[in-house]
Ligand binder design. Structure first.
Ligand SMILES: C[S@@+](CC[C@H](N)C(=O)[O-])C[C@H]1O[C@@H](n2cnc3c(N)ncnc32)[C@H](O)[C@@H]1O
Length: 350
């Protein structure tokens, strides 16, 4: 097992998107069950009726459709928090996916014209994004993390954990890495796995590791199983249903990664409509958001090898966690889009 190093807080480098290695098949995908949260249905019908008409041929290129989508998104004041953080990236993702292109291919084809049938599909998906306010990932059953596609539906939160980027920037064995050798990591636990996206990314970062991935939600585990299957990781990733460490017995791991629910009462009230399509179980972390984080910190040591460590995302709860665990030397990590929302702690310091 790689020796876990302590290092000074460092800003993460941008992680380059890699070429997709798996096909996310819409046709073979398992069906979502209805009713994850209160859906803004009435508003959606009104918005559909008022949606502006486009005459055939008025929009011609991919670029035209992206521009049109951005205008409609701005008009409707949509929220962008599900893998893209701005309307242009969201529109380019929707347009590319509808045309069966990887988002990285947008630049090559931006000025290419679309067929009449494609134009109809594009207008339909843009309209659905605006009138339903569903995250784009649910409309196309796909989300990318670090350039890799994952099958996604309303049984799981749309992947956007900062841990994805941190696995790339702080666990590569190079300067400033928190571990000496990614190839020496033999076992990883992904607590609160959801779609299984972090388990898949961990399998790539730590090529010799066996990975256990736990979630309380049987629905989420069905989606995770589909992604594990797509990436042909059935022999390396084991999915377990249960409450945090409960299904693991006395198993120990070289690395524990976790993006648990951590939204507090105030944050739940402020969630945009888009997030109301996501499972509440994936968000709510108790009054101050930290119920699960406290339990993870209290129990992690019993499930880590002596040289292991815990990487955990907690949102904006840093002050509360430091107040609750004043003796723990938590190392706060930044990414391109976040500051001190993820901590690292070595097992010896727990
Ligand atoms: C914020 S989501 C993270 C999903 C995934 N790791 C990601 O980053 O996209 C949190 C996940 O924790 C699961 N969860 C909630 N409470 C749990 C518990 N007590 N034990 C295990 N998993 C739990 C939810 O079902 C949800 O899938």
């Amino acid at each position: 097992m790689a020796k876990m190093k302590k290092s000074k807080m460092a800003r993460a480098k941008t992680t380059k998107a890699t070429t997709a290695k798996a096909k996310v098949g819409k046709a073979k995908a398992p069906k979502a069950k209805a009713g994850q949260a209160a859906k803004p249905a009435a508003k959606s019908r009104e918005a559909a009726a008022a949606f502006p008409k486009v005459a055939p041929g008025e929009l011609r290129t991919l670029f035209d459709f992206v521009r049109y989508a951005v205008s409609r998104f701005a008009e409707a004041d949509l929220a962008f928090a599900h893998g893209t953080t701005d309307p242009v990236a969201e529109a380019a993702f929707l347009v590319c996916d509808t045309l069966n292109l990887h988002p990285d291919q947008f630049d090559i084809f931006a000025m290419a014209r679309v067929t009449a049938a494609e134009a109809e599909q594009l207008l339909e998906v843009i309209q659905r994004r605006v009138t339903t306010r569903k995250p784009a990932a649910y409309l196309v059953n796909k989300a990318y993390m670090l350039g890799l596609p994952f099958y996604i539906d309303e049984r799981v939160i749309v992947p956007r954990s900062f841990i994805g980027e941190i696995l790339g920037s702080h666990f590569d064995g190079g300067d400033g890495s928190l571990i000496e050798d990614p190839e020496a990591v033999e076992s990883v636990l992904d607590l609160c796995t959801g779609s299984g996206c972090l388990a898949v990314l961990a399998s790539q970062r730590f090529p010799n590791a066996r990975i256990d991935a736990v979630d309380l939600s049987p629905d989420a585990l069905e989606v995770a199983a589909h992604n594990i299957d797509i990436y042909q990781l059935d022999d390396r990733v084991t999915l377990l249903q249960g409450d945090l460490f409960a299904p693991l017995g006395d198993a120990r791991y070289d690395l524990i990664i976790s993006n648990p629910p951590y939204v507090d009462d105030e944050g739940m009230d402020d969630l945009p409509d888009e997030c109301r399509y996501e499972p509440e179980l994936a968000f709510y972390g108790g009054a101050d958001g930290l119920d699960l984080v406290r339990r993870i910190l209290a129990e992690a040591k019993q499930h880590l090898t002596p040289q292991g460590g815990l990487l955990c995302e907690i949102g904006r709860g840093r002050d509360n966690i430091e107040a609750a665990f004043p003796d723990l030397p938590l190392l706060w990590l930044d990414t391109e889009e976040s500051e001190a929302e993820v901590f690292w702690i070595a097992a010896v310091d727990l």
